[in-house]
Write a protein that binds this ligand. Structure first.
Ligand SMILES: Cc1cc2nc3c(=O)[nH]c(=O)nc-3n(C[C@H](O)[C@H](O)[C@H](O)COP(=O)(O)OP(=O)(O)OC[C@H]3O[C@@H](n4cnc5c(N)ncnc54)[C@H](O)[C@@H]3O)c2cc1C
Length: 575
């Protein structure tokens, strides 16, 4: 995790476990089979850490039919009482959650938004408006406290009988071997050992497993200190991201403001410019700032308050033998682009199908290695993007300060300068252009989605005439999308293409008009999908189980077989 600054009398001590109308759920310890029987079984996958990343990965594997054990030292969701930490979840995360069965609850609970505004003094110096997929139930951004998201993941996990989620269970020792990993788990009823073919270390920024196995990680602790206050106020606020630079009501520091679920509102106040940070992080001071921000006389309830310094961290190897680092255990960034939790969810999405194919014997373990190459590159990108925002927001040299002030000054008068106001570039679905899994093809030209790109959602009309989203076709299997223009014919062999031996390939036709064909036909009602996929003259796309393009062709054809499936010898083509 990022560093919470804990000291006596600081706000970090205001950590209640309930607010009006909500109490953090607690989950009981249950005696595990190892302590009942004394046996030490070997599991396919053990996930150490039931935070956002571990719960998402566990659910992903569980939905794929892989038995999973999740170990968590705590007995509730969230961190330090009602500390939400993460609040902003991007469209891609919700698309992943939809496949896992929790997106609707998150969207229903959260506050959807699409625009942001940045002020300096009274002046608006930058604004943005993001657009999500047309007619999607998922807004571009959904604000919801992280503990709600984790709670929904836990409740969904409880519906699956192949996921064993063990609370009050702390990993206290780890040893890694050629073909398995041994973990020692401490519990209220004593310690036990278990073995796993694979361990996913989802145990957060201070990963015990990473530290125990001496896997290097490079950390930078930002000097800046921030005070977060989550409050419920008696005011109506727009559901947008608002940031004030050099805010008067924060004595010249930055303030970031978000609306959260249940009428909670977050103020993230920079306090490092205060001479006495200890005092600035105290409850009296935070109340003083809030009164100035809200206006005297506005009543509010303090939900949670804490003081933070942010970390940047990158672990050298995301796959180290049989141990795989996921989420904050692998990488950490300051929260200005909401790239922490969202990228942990993307890690889980990337890893789940690969682990499942390897465990089922459909691919060899080199497929898991590609989790490192793809997600390490994504983490480097996140760090670079977030670093630029952090340096703009909190310049660390006089020259950077001068640059920032000049940009802000010019942005007031010249709209073309405004894109240089970098207060955080929000997380996006990342591409894997250099992935070893990408299959080249006949596609020259820059139109469409090249291999490695995430699929792009859009409107469809289902075969029964009802409205739907492309997202519902991308639900965890390999998918062939055949874009069939009205003047073209679908080759016969496409209809029977399949990956045998339990590797599912689902084939769909995307058409501009209704058609009666042996494959299910989905209509692109306004041609937007044909345009996005560069498919006006026809195209076949092969999507991986996480929805990334693995191959594409301008010819309508049977999609190529990925080498990693060929290598396992498990694939044959139906006649
Ligand atoms: C102030 C703040 C604001 C943020 N805002 C956002 C945002 O808006 N959007 C966003 O996407 N991200 C945000 N983040 C980042 C986000 O909170 C983290 O990236 C996310 O929590 C990481 O999830 P994780 O599961 O990898 O790690 P964690 O959430 O740290 O979970 C680790 C889990 O491992 C367990 N554990 C640890 N050690 C052991 C052990 N030895 N044995 C067993 N269990 C163990 C812990 O109990 C915990 O449940 C923010 C972070 C902060 C601090």
């Amino acid at each position: 995790m990022n560093s919470q600054v804990a000291s006596r009398d600081s706000t970090s001590h205001y950590q209640p476990r309930s607010m009006d109308g909500y109490e953090l759920p607690f989950y009981p310890f249950r005696t595990p089979p190892e302590l009942k029987s004394g046996r030490q079984p070997r599991y396919p996958v053990v996930i150490a850490g039931g935070g956002l990343a571990g719960l998402t990965l566990g659910l992903d594997l569980g939905v794929r039919g892989i038995p999973v054990v999740i170990i968590d030292e705590d007995d509730n969701v969230g961190a330090s009482g009602l500390s939400s930490r993460g609040v902003v979840y991007v469209e891609r995360t919700l698309e992943i959650f939809e496949r896992l069965g929790v997106a609707r609850r998150v969207v229903e609970k959260g506050v959807g938004w699409s625009s942001g505004r940045v002020f300096k003094g009274e002046d608006e110096v930058y604004s943005f408006l993001s657009k999500g997929a047309d007619d999607s139930f998922i807004p571009p951004y959904t604000n919801v406290q992280q503990f709600f998201v984790e709670q929904y993941l836990v409740e969904r996990i409880a519906e699956l009988d192949n996921i064993d989620l063990r609370w009050k269970s702390r990993v206290v020792a780890v040893s890694s071997h050629d073909d398995h990993v041994t973990l020692k788990i401490d519990t209220p009823e004593g310690a036990y050992e278990l073995e796993a073919e694979w361990v996913a270390a989802c145990d957060g920024g201070n990963s015990f497993i990473r530290n125990s196995l001496n896997v290097p990680s490079h950390t930078h602790l930002f000097e800046d200190v921030w005070c977060i206050a989550d409050i419920r106020a008696n005011t109506k606020s727009a559901s947008e991201r608002r940031m004030w630079l050099d805010a008067d009501f924060n004595d010249g520091g930055i303030v970031l403001n978000h609306q959260l679920a249940d009428g909670v509102c977050r103020f993230n106040c920079q306090i490092s410019h205060y001479a006495d940070i200890e005092r600035a992080g105290g409850m009296d001071e935070i109340h003083r700032r809030l009164r100035r921000a809200l206006g005297e006389g506005i009543a509010y309830e303090m939900v949670w308050a804490g003081v933070w310094r942010y970390k940047r961290r990158l672990t050298d190897r995301f796959v180290d033998g049989r141990v795989i680092y996921v989420g904050d255990a692998a990488h950490q960034v300051p929260p200005f682009g909401a790239r922490g939790g969202n990228s942990g969810v993307a890690d889980a999405d990337n890893l789940g199908w690969k682990l499942a194919l390897v465990l089922e014997g459909h691919a060899d373990r080199s497929l898991v290695e590609t989790y490192h190459s793809e997600r390490y590159a994504a983490a480097v990108e996140n760090i670079e993007v977030t670093n630029r925002s952090a340096l703009f927001l909190t310049p660390d040299t006089p020259a950077r300060r001068l640059f920032r002030d000049a940009v802000l000054d010019l942005a007031r008068r010249f709209p073309e300068v405004r894109p240089m106001v970098n207060t955080g570039r929000l997380a996006v679905a990342q591409s894997y252009p250099a992935s070893p899994l990408n299959i080249g093809g006949d596609w020259s030209g820059s139109d469409g989605l090249p291999p490695g790109s995430p699929f792009v959602n859009g409107r469809i009309v289902r075969p029964d005439g009802t409205a739907g989203l492309l997202l519902e076709l991308v639900d965890g299997a390999f998918v062939a999308l055949h874009f069939l223009p009205d003047h073209a014919e679908l080759p016969r062999e496409v209809e029977s293409a399949s990956f045998a031996a339990g590797v599912e390939l689902r084939s769909y036709v995307i058409s501009r008009t209704e058609k009666n064909l042996p494959l299910p036909v989905f209509v692109d009602p306004d041609g937007a999908l044909f345009k996005t996929y560069g498919a006006d003259d026809g195209a076949t796309y092969l999507l991986r189980p996480d929805g990334h393009v693995i191959a594409r062709s301008r010819q309508l054809q049977v999609p190529p077989t990925p080498d990693f499936l060929r290598a396992s010898g498990s694939l044959e083509r139906a006649a």
